[in-house]
Design a protein around this ligand. Sequence first.
Ligand code: AMP
Length: 183
Amino acid sequence: METVFIGFGSNVGDRVDLCDRAVTLLSLLPHSRLMGVSLLYETEPVRGETDPGDGWFLNGVVQIETDITPQSLLAILQEIERSLGRDEENRSGPRTIDLDILFYGERVIKEPGLTIPHPRLHGRRFVLMPLNELDPLWIHPMLKQSVDQLLREVKDPAQVQLLFPQPSTRYGSRPACSAPPGS
Ligand code: AMP
């Protein structure tokens, strides 16, 4: 089993519900265990190479332990994005849900279509803040700096704030398979 951090974000539709559904699906992955979920953060949309529209993002990070390979995990994340209505025609536009593999243990992977650690994570406050909540001492295997060091040094001007109030979420609660004894 390896420790994996997955970033999620949504800036269109019922963002809380979409994040909740994504986390719920991640909690049900086979050969995996959900270890932690950050709080939700609200993030100003940033126009760069892409134009995500005007809606603020909700962002967070999930920590799992898994033995699903990085390539299979990416395929599963893309399937979850599709199932939650991600617009394949306009991937860089507003997004119902975006899922990124941030770290996969200490692995460094550079293949067509898959780069781990995620190449932009250390420049994004909206990724570093929830990561810092889950594991501030986690070391970036290429930069050799901890998440809290990266957060202290990040220059990202985009505003990030804790969503207030935090929603009461469903994830972690599993549907009951059978009635409790005596009922
Ligand atoms: P996005 O539009 O931000 O969802 O980017 C998705 C694309 O980034 C996909 O085509 C992936 O193959 C690629 N990609 C590369 N590295 C990663 C990663 N670590 N996590 C998720 N997607 C990745």
